[in-house]
Design a protein around this ligand. Sequence first.
Ligand SMILES: CC(C)(COP(=O)(O)OP(=O)(O)OC[C@H]1O[C@@H](n2cnc3c(N)ncnc32)[C@H](O)[C@@H]1OP(=O)(O)O)[C@@H](O)C(=O)NCCC(=O)NCCS
Length: 316
Amino acid sequence: MEQYDLTIRPISGREELDLFSRLPYVLNEELADDLAAGRRRPEWMWVALRGDRLLARAAWWSRPGSDTPFLLDVLDLDLDESVSTADQVDVGVRLLHTAMAATLPDGSPPPEYSRYIPPDWRENTATRQAVESRMAVLERTGARLFVERLRLEWRPESPPPERGTRLAFRPLRDAEELVALMTSVLDGTLDAHGRDDLTRMSAQEAAVKHYEDELARYTSPQDWWRIATLRDGEPVGFVLPAHNGYNPIIAYIAVLPAHRGHGYIDDLLAEGTHILADQDVPRIRASTDLGNVPMANAFQRAGYVNFGREINMTWS
Ligand SMILES: CC(C)(COP(=O)(O)OP(=O)(O)OC[C@H]1O[C@@H](n2cnc3c(N)ncnc32)[C@H](O)[C@@H]1OP(=O)(O)O)[C@@H](O)C(=O)NCCC(=O)NCCS
């Protein structure tokens, strides 16, 4: 599609990955594998070109095999100083409008935007401008900031957190047991996605959606998952270590409302970290909302390093 002197189009296929990757971003190195695994499609990967110069790009990711984009996780502008920020943003808006109209199904809100950024992005002027330019593009298509998250990593150079003695750990009985516990822990959650779900559905529906759409899809063994109990068998919480296809992760961890405020999260996180560390993993990734202070503090106590942040924006 020609707009003034801009060409806005999807890439033709993997042969155009070099063109698409001319703008730098940490996900560039995953694009080829994602295409091969069906997590991306050329028709979901859009470029805005002036002549042969790449001015902006956008791409969606999906779960393997799904026909619908699940996440807008690439949006980049050429930040060349010879072009004003307003012009850069204009190009991004034209690209995103065109790509959204051609790629997304009518009638439902566009999938969430996710962007990895440095932990100190507000302090560095150039980084801050880049983040804010991209957010300005998204805002002009109707998106709003939903939540800022901390990206966390435990590395084998750190000693694994010490296991406590207060709790016992056992595998799950079945998915129903987990979904029932997941339903209970939504009560009083500080997690923005969880709280948002509760404005639109019951806690049980939200737990089932979380389980079916994410947790049940991990191909790592579910016998890594643990329920924590008091010595008399009463459940206190759960920790779900997993592998998401890219990294070993703490997929979900929670303490039941009646047991919050006793530091049990430290025991759960130590258990989950050991389960993965015992398999000689190169790293363990996790993330939590900036506003989920008890969880963020627990990761810090357990030796997880905050190596980045993530911005999520949504369309209502
Ligand atoms: C986050 C969570 C695991 C914390 O577990 P915990 O064992 O209670 O953590 P701590 O005992 O270290 O709590 C530290 C402080 O935060 C408070 N706190 C913990 N969870 C809280 C919550 N959801 N809302 C308000 N305050 C909370 C505790 O009462 C305690 O306060 P105090 O220092 O005044 O005594 C628990 O709240 C939870 O399961 N939340 C829902 C699920 C979730 O967010 N999981 C993480 C997803 S990444």
